[in-house]
Ligand binder design. Structure first.
Ligand code: AMP
Length: 284
């Protein structure tokens, strides 16, 4: 039997609930999401339950992290299924705010958080302003929920680094936990955007994980970084994918990596399958 999930649309009511839990000595865990939840999101909730007594999830499709030509309007919204899945996964409460609740001054006005250099490379270069939008909404959600621990997926590795930097720089007393990427049987990272893919695009997209694995192997075996990156892009293109980037970087800060470097490394890919932009990564 799972406990009944409480649903909050109002920040003030959620704060009152969380405050009461904290006064009871409960440790608060938080899992922010944009909904259309899959097994990857549920794994975050289960992990949060291992590090906290009371787990709050949020479902909010954040307009400020989408570019003008991106999929904000058609981003899949599946509230009934999301609530059901969260309950099954052991979540205690879900926050479903309106845009007005999160952006009382409107999305074009009001206060913004600016991320700095880490927010301008890779995903940030392809999606200008994306990480400022992420940092802004996460800051607001952290202030509303005031969790002891927040859980994020390694699937969005650059986002995880941005959040760790945010917590450090803005002195949030919140532990950040990271959960490994959940994948489909063919290796494709689970993503809400996978539902946009045709059967052919889906099978082409499995090449992303295969290419990441190949890149990590090549780097471990002493391959030249520039040659690996070139060949990786060619492998993606050979499967009808259009790469934005296929790179090896330093895992600590996503700075360029020298061939043979002993620094902890990570392979990252962003590529389009048809109209759908997919990202994935693999630690070396
Ligand atoms: P999203 O709803 O896509 O904004 O993702 C919400 C959280 O779920 C983020 O911390 C993501 O990194 C995480 N997440 C998304 N997909 C996966 C996955 N396949 N495995 C693990 N975590 C994931």
């Amino acid at each position: 039997m799972t406990a009944r999930l409480l649903v909050f649309e109002n920040a003030r009511e959620l704060r009152a609930f969380v405050g009461a839990q904290r006064n009871d000595g409960q440790r608060i865990g938080f899992v922010p999401t944009m909904g259309n939840l899959h097994a990857g999101h549920h794994a975050l909730v289960r992990h949060a339950n291992e590090c906290a007594d009371c787990v709050i999830a949020s479902v909010f499709v954040n307009p400020t992290q989408f570019g003008p030509d991106e999929d904000f309007d058609r981003y899949p919204r599946t509230q009934v299924e999301d609530i059901d899945g969260l309950e099954q996964a052991g979540c205690h409460a879900v926050f479903l705010p309106s845009v007005r609740e999160i952006y009382p001054g409107g999305t074009d006005a009001g206060t913004r958080v600016e991320v700095g250099a880490l927010g301008r490379t890779l995903e940030g270069a392809s999606r200008p302003g994306h990480f400022d939008g992420v940092a802004t909404v996460v800051t607001t959600l952290f202030h509303i929920v005031q969790p002891d621990v927040a859980v994020f997926g390694r699937k969005d590795f650059q986002q995880l680094l941005v959040i760790r930097q945010l917590v450090r720089d803005l002195a949030f007393a919140i532990d950040i936990e990271a959960v490994p990427t959940l994948r489909e049987a063919d290796g494709l990272a689970m993503s809400s955007r996978n539902r946009y893919l045709s059967a052919r695009e889906h099978s082409n997209a499995a090449t992303i994980h295969a290419t990441l694995t190949w890149m990590a192997d090549q780097f471990r075996n002493g391959g030249r970084v520039d040659a690996i990156e070139r060949e990786a892009a060619a492998r993606l293109a050979a499967c009808e994918l259009v790469p934005d980037y296929a790179v090896l970087r330093r895992a600590a800060d996503l700075e360029p990596l020298a061939t043979g470097s002993s620094a902890e490394a990570i392979a990252l890919i962003a590529a389009r399958a048809g109209a759908t932009r997919l990202i994935d990564n693999l630690p070396v």
